[in-house]
Design a protein around this ligand. Structure first.
Ligand SMILES: [Zn+2]
Length: 153
């Protein structure tokens, strides 16, 4: 992290730092992780932080919560380049990349309005990743092939 970024975002004692989020995506990341602020712990969101690698980036620091791999992998379609840093007692104890899961349940809606998952019944969406390189997705219920741009929260 550059000196300027470090000054902008204070170090945390315990928790999770999501770094290198594509600029402008931090709020989507919070939505996907269901972090609302009502949990009571300190959450710091920094938007458009200068980054040596990608121009600008967003950073989220969630204090006193260690995000699980299963949670952070949900970010694969939103912030694929993000890195997850788990901090314990000011030390970096784990650094991981986000991996695209084989399927994603319940975060995105199927863009097909006639899909049973949009019918108002209590059916969670289930979207399979059929091509991880080209990011081709498919609804398990209606078999609609979905591109990342079509995903709706
Ligand atoms: Zn569908």
């Amino acid at each position: 992290m550059s000196e300027a970024s470090q000054l902008l975002v204070r170090r945390i004692k315990d928790g999770t730092v999501i770094d290198h989020i594509e600029s402008g995506k931090a709020l989507l990341v919070l939505t996907a992780l269901a972090i609302t602020g009502r949990e009571g712990n300190v959450v710091t969101v920094a938007l458009n932080v200068p980054s040596s690698k990608h121009g600008k980036k967003d950073i989220i620091k969630v204090e006193n919560r260690y995000l699980e791999t299963s949670e952070t992998n949900k970010l694969a379609l939103i912030a694929p380049r993000a890195t997850i840093n788990i901090i314990k007692d000011y030390k970096l104890v784990e650094k991981r990349k986000i991996q695209l899961p084989d399927s994603i349940s319940g975060i995105f809606k199927c863009p097909n309005l006639k899909c049973i998952t949009n019918s108002g019944e209590e059916i969670r969406s289930k979207i399979d990743v059929i091509d991880k390189e080209k990011l081709v997705l498919k609804c398990r219920y209606c078999a609609r092939v979905i591109s990342v741009d079509e995903l709706v929260f």
